[in-house]
Design a protein around this ligand. Sequence first.
Ligand SMILES: N[C@@H](CCC(=O)N[C@@H](CS)C(=O)NCC(=O)O)C(=O)O
Length: 277
Amino acid sequence: MKVVSEVRSHGGRQLVLTHDSAATATGMTFSLFLPPQAEQGRVPLVTYLSGLTCTHANVTAKGEYRAACAAHGLAFLAPDTSPRGEGVADEEGWDIGLGAGFYVDATEAPWSSHYRMWSYVTEELPALVATEFAELDMDRQAITGHSMGGHGALTVALRHPGRFRSCSAFAPIVAPTRVPWGQKAFDRYFGGDPDLSRRHDAVALIGDGARVDHLLVDVGGSDPFLDKELRPELLVEACEQSGIPATVRVQKGYDHSYFFVSSFLGEHLAWHAAHLG
Ligand SMILES: N[C@@H](CCC(=O)N[C@@H](CS)C(=O)NCC(=O)O)C(=O)O
């Protein structure tokens, strides 16, 4: 692992790091913010999964999370959204391939050789940061994400009961098997395999019995993707039917951008901090 950059911010350390990933068989870059409290002892970790077209850099530059992380003593981990580099498959369109890994392990060629973002974010990256940063308390973790990353956060939390004390999301794709972005991705990455697809669909997972303790979700009322791609009402219905306590808020006038995410990320971090103790 190599440090690409390190800067002081809000009394903490904002790092960008790179390493060779066994999961994706590529180099991978991620960012990690360590709050000032990490200099005195171990701090909880919030993982943030980004949306379509993003790298680690979008939230790191535009997420405005550092003040809240420093106030609450939270570390903030932001991985990339796909493998990149020579030999990594891509296809025309920003909703597939590079920047659009959908947090799954692809089974179909040509994607399967590198697109293994599920293994990367659920196993390899947490193990790496746990080894490299003794100041992280991996028994106190939370997860959140935006859009495709909201889908990632929900599915990762639902399939790892007990690992995350809290899960939240911004404008998540809640039922990828039922919307164009998800259908296109699962068609390419899984050849449309219905069982694999179902295991990466938050609403379907809840229907099949997966649970989290509680959820906090914000969506923008003026998000152009709301009705066609995000469909938060399906998550509300699934949570009502399954008894998952969920706060799903429609934020009037907000769109899908980082102007929306950054407006509520501080509130989400305060909510995570309350659960992380
Ligand atoms: N590129 C698409 C938009 C894709 C998009 O909105 N991506 C979101 C996540 S789903 C994002 O965070 N984009 C990067 C950014 O705003 O920095 C378009 O032109 O309509």
